[in-house]
Design a protein around this ligand. Sequence first.
Ligand code: SAM
Length: 287
Amino acid sequence: MPALDRTLYVVATPIGNLRDLSLRALDMLGQVDVIAAEDTRVSAGLLAHYGIRARLVSLHEHNEHKRAAAIIESLAAGKRVALVTDAGTPAISDPGAALVRAVSAAGYAIVPIPGPSAVTTALSAAGIAAPQWLFLGFLPASATARRAALERVNALPYALVLYEAPHRIAATVAALTAALDPQREIFIARELTKRFETLHRSSLADASAWLAADADRMRGEFVLIVAPPGNTATEDDAGEHDALLKPLLAELPLAQAVRIAVAQSGAPRNRLYQRALALQKTVKATS
Ligand code: SAM
């Protein structure tokens, strides 16, 4: 190991399969003086698997600020400290950011040791050729806040990436289907790198039924990736589509107006649907 003491190593650990610990992570965990862990029992299991003995201290969302002071004292005493969480990369929907900031502000070095993260693992297998994606982490628990969060991102031209736990997976998929164009594609990555790893692709409209068809499909940990909305229309197209949609929307419910506009123009349903939503909002805002 390079002579980098007084350093906080931010170490990614496996998200399921223990063999996914990198060689560099293994070296570092074996050589640091202290390991700050989200749940010391979980990390003790990983360390035991690799025959590593290290002093573990707990660092979780409720004590992160307080613990940061103690870790800075250890660094001041010339110690090398590693930060790990229960699974994956620290600070990705996990504690870590406050500690990193405090250590950095105190003038000590931060060295990230990259490795698994559920978000990049799922994206690598999704086959969604979106150049840009937006990581939403966990959506809010309350239905109203969840709806508002999805409305904010509905029309953005990005793939949406979310984390979800088993007890909320059905509600979240239903909320995505209600808030976004149900024809958008969803990729469900369940139990990545584990025995019951499942990768499933469908439209949002079909996803709830797929989940409900087998109780096992709702068990475990999930990453959800929703493909971006259809290609953005050119300005010429948008003008034509508006001219078609406006009179239809004046007389008909949105879904029916979109169906007729799709039949008449041959334009992608998703594009017209997004445009109709935008027009409807403008009409409401000005009436
Ligand atoms: N720091 C972690 C990372 O880098 O991915 C994420 C921690 S967050 C508290 C835990 C969430 O990550 C789970 O609820 C799930 O949404 C996702 N996750 C973690 N491991 C997973 C796995 N093996 N398969 C699918 N999703 C997983």
